[in-house]
Each structure stands twice: as C-alpha cells, then as structure tokens.
Design a protein around this ligand. Sequence first.
Ligand code: HSE
Length: 410
Amino acid sequence: MTVRIGLLGFGTIGSSVYALIEKEHDAILEATGVDLRVGKILEIDLSKAGVAAPAELFTSDFESIMADPQIGIVVELIGGIDWAFRYVEESLRRGKNVVTANKQLLANKGAALFQLAKDEGRQIRFEASVGGAIPVIKVMRESMIAADLHTVYGIVNGTTNYILTAMYRGEGDYLDTLARAQQLGYAEADPTADVAGHDAAAKMAILASIAYHSRVTMADVAREGIEKITAGDVQYAKDLGYVIKLIGAARLIDGRVNVRVHPTLVPAAHPLASINGSYNAVYLRGHAIDEIMLTGPGAGGIPTASAVVSDIVSIASTKTAGFLQNCSCYKVLDFLPDDEVVSTFFIRVRVEDRAGVLARIASAFGEHDVSIESMLQKNRGTTPSWCSSPTPREREASSRLSTRSPACRW
Ligand code: HSE
C-alpha cells in the first residue's frame, strides 16, 4: 500500500526524515508492506528546494497539502506552538493523521488536539517528542499497560546532561561548559529553553500524562534549571558519592501526581548516574515491573527522524498487516563465525608469585596481537590458572581487554 506524507518543515529533523525515508524505503516496504513516499514538503525557505530533496516536492502553500487526497499523514516538524497548533488542528479536521515531534505543542495544547483527533477518528503520534530515538512513548503506552507505574525519572534534556557531565569530569564551570556545548552545536545560541528546564518540563508533562493516564500540562510541572550549579557543587557531590543530574521526576503518591524538574543528587551507583553527555534516559518503576531503564540519543536529526518514521509506519500499518506481519524476515543473511568476532575481553589469570610472570603474560598477549587496555594485580592466591573455564559471571564480564584475536576463548 502506498502511503504519502506531507512534511511540514525541512530543517534538521525534516530533512533527516526525508533522507531516512529514502534510505529505508525498501526495508520498510519489505518488513511492513508500506510503500512510504514523501508527497509534499511545506517550507517557507524555498532556497532549500532541490538541494536535499527534489524541488517539485516543495511548496509554501499549506492548503495544497490539505487538498491533496493522496496525502493521508501530516508530519509536523516546524516547532513552536501557534502555527504548529493551527496546522495540526486543520490537518485533523481535514481527515489526516498527524505525527509530531513538538513537545511544547503537546505539553501546552495536547488536551484540545487529542480530543479533536478522537472526535475525528484520527491518530496523533509523537514518539519523537521525548527522548529522540528512544522508543519510550510506545513502550510506556503499549508494553507498560499492565505495569502499574508509580515512578518515572528522566534525563530528558541532552544539552544540560552534556554540560553537567563536562562539569563532573572537571572540564570547567557552568559558563565554560555551556560555551563549549554551544560551539559543538549541543546548545542553542539562546540556551534558556534547555538550561532553565522548560524543554525537560514539557517532556515530563507528556511522560506523566501517559504513565498515569491523567493530563499533565507544562503549568503543572515545578521547574528549576541548572544555571546556578557551580563546579564546586558538582565536586562536593562527587566527593559524597553523588552525580548532579537534571532529573525530571513524575511520581504517583497515594493516588496523586507530582511532576518536577530540578538538579538532583543521584547516587553514583544508580543507573541514571551513568548516563553521560547528550544521551537521555527514562527510568520506570511499577508494581509489576520493578525497574526498567531506556536510554539512547535524545536529540539530533537522524536519531529523532528514526522515531518520526516509526510513527508514520505505525499509522500506515493500521491499514495493512504492517508491523503485525507474522515475520519480517525478508532477508537470508549469512552467519559470522564466532572466531571472526572482534571483541573486548575480561581475563582473570591466577599465577604463582614468581619474578617475571607478569612480563611473560604481557609478552604472550603481545605475540598474539592482543592489546592490554588495563591491568589490575591483586595478591589473592598462588594457584596458576591460565585462561581457566569461566564462571557465568566471568563470562559476562568481557569488558577490559581489547583484542583482535582473543588469546583465551571462553
Ligand atoms: N534541546 C533538546 C535537548 C533536544 O537538549 O535535549 C530537543 O528536544
């Protein structure tokens, strides 16, 4: 089945969606039966026409997309609230389904738009609005339906996580690391939406609404940003065994919802403490699931586009077998033999305490082109044991030595 989309906006995400649809067209067709095409691209800057997509797809006339009966899905990637609201509202009224990455739109105007979609019998999908490439919306709406969630903690802003990670690593104070984030393109020239927590608050409003099946808007989220955090705060927290993160917390406490975004001391052993740089993570707790954490790139053109395209195919799939096809095994791939797999290994060796033993181990590895990344020596026993059979725990711990042809195969 051919599905044509109308793409609103051809910025970083819009152009990435176009590129990904082109690149993955055949794979999507094989896996789901959906022949996905971009029908029109709405873009006011027509100098983009013909550069990364054919010029004939571009229009500055929204009505031409509405009037095209072949376009069944509108993909809103222009951002902001006012125009986005008008376009999404009109699309739903004119019988189109909608995919959007616009967290501000949903966190402020979601109630009206979802009601309209329901009245019109249309879908709004918004996987890319939270967590970029991380499939958190789908997991929370579908896989967690019986999880009885009571806690959602999120690192849902990559810019602030990049800055706090750099401060934790001693790379400078807040203003230094913000400036570096801006140079590298992680932070906007005006970083307020990110550093003051507005972006994270919008995302947490969306996640809380899904987790607890009760509408949470931006106005319901208490918010504090990271602007006042100093390198000293970060260092003191580190000394005490904590990492400072901008955490969004949405909790259900005795039947009432509380949603907040603020800098938080996270114990260094908590899974969220290890989410570094611009990565995002969402940590869920529920009575039926104990804990689950999802993590991945929270922003960027192609990662966000992957979430947008999956939403488009999900909508299209409601008219075909789509993702419900029994198997999407449309390829027959060869297997890579185990002894050709390049990997890192953790190897524990017990040896007699004799002069020269360590040197002989190192030279044996060197002779087999095995590079040692790090080595720890502890005086715990004297029985020699070269590459002995591993325990299940040792088998898991393949993380220390970098090898091209592992000396010890477990
Ligand atoms: N500005 C956001 C961030 C990405 O830094 O995570 C888009 O939501």
